[in-house]
Design a protein around this ligand. Sequence first.
Ligand code: SAH
Length: 527
Amino acid sequence: MPKIPTVYLVGAGPGYPGLLTLRAAECLRQADLVLYDKLVSPWLLDFAPARAERRCVAELGPSHDERIVPIHETMIAAALAGKRVVRLKGGDPCIFGRGAEEAEVLAKAGIPFEIVPGVTAALGAAAFAGISLTHRACASAVAFVTGHENPNKPESMLDWHALARFPGTLVLYMGMSRIERIVASLLSEGKDPATPTAVVQNATLGIQRTLVTTLADLPRRTREEGFTAPALIIVGPVVARRDDLAWFERRPLFGRRVLVTRPRHQARGMIDRLIDLGAVPFLLPIVEVREPANWKPVDDAIHNLLAYDWLVFTSANGVHAFLGRLQQTGRDLRALGHLQLATIGPRTADTLREYRLTPDLVPTRYQSEDLAAALLTKIRPGQRVLLARADRGRDVLRQQLSVVCTVEQIAVYSQIDVIETDEEVMNALRRGEIEFVTLTSSNIAKGFLSQLDETCQQRIHLGEIKLVSISSVTSADIRTLGFPITAEATEATSDGVIDAVVGLVSTQSENTSTFSSPFRKQSDRMT
Ligand code: SAH
């Protein structure tokens, strides 16, 4: 009988992708099926190979209880069929996560399993809200408590009398729907009504919200301010010390919703940087990259490389596509030995370096005109230039260079419009839930703007959706279509676009403080 693959019960952490463990990432990278909880961040699913099947357990039943058996059956059936299963669960699989129940079922079915621990929500929330759960000055213990006892239990396993006297910090999971009862139980058992208490909702994500109040005021304040699950309640004097430690909520783009419109396979760098800056990223690829419709012109040029003096790349995609084809046709880097290499900007240059090639020319500004001007100072009359590029885009480079030399232009990849856009993201735009739209090329800008309905268009004109463009060329194209630009990158790279968003936000929020705590003295409030 063939060996049954191990099922991995993996903790995904509280949401921030960087909090995934190395072991979890390894398991995901070799998965055939990822069966994930609703609370798991969608960005984590990118660690699995594109071919892997991704199923959210929400598809398996309307409620928690109704999903239990189908989850077990799905894992077992997939493992018996020889698939490598990752059961991806929020936080740690065994902290209020029913991980043990799933492991027991696997054990009974004779299926090998491994439990991969994760950063539980309490640790993520505490770190990202700036709360040290066992600060030496005021807590020498911490208790993780469920606020949602299994209603089928004949009597609560929780001893509220003991919890009210617990000599340390209490962290309550799943407590939002029973917040009144929890607070009443603690108060009636003698817990001090003035005990500092925090609620951290959506901890570790850009949409994190934190409320700091007293235990007695907690139900009213959470109701008034609309706090909902998923959230943790943290009770204890450690909470009062958060103001100096709340680093995440001071990140430059904290809570800002930013749309990335690049092709999916190239979006990750921007998304990771946005997450790092505290933003809430959305992805709506407008174009995708494919093989060119016809390899013949590329193959002919590769066959004839000795006839050229310069090889010019105008995008990272072009570098990957050209060098990929070089290899596919049985050649290697030695075929380029006699060529001078030029790239339009630093990202394309970095992509060349990934192949151990060093560009001979990178202009100081990154538009076609700048590349043409820089090349014209180097190219000798009569030299031959090979331009490896997309099957569409501006013709400036060829036009300007062909005045002094022979230019051969080859489409090494094709750019196609994404026809089916993500309706969820479109709806977020319509509802005004996305503030910044990053437009990283003219094609993307045109494609994006052509897909907007009137509601979105109006939001742009009202300044509720702000367009941030990569360069003056892209800005000009956007203005020609009748839309305003809120900011333009100084450096024409995707990092430059994000810097422009940071610049906008820092001007908006100068002199405004984003939070304050009732336990903080007026005099040391941050400015
Ligand atoms: N196994 C998970 C907990 C599952 S129980 C873990 O170890 O974290 C689900 C509860 O966890 C939610 O009701 C909420 O109280 C808490 N939770 C999970 N993710 C959270 C987050 N990002 N922010 C705040 N609370 C979270």
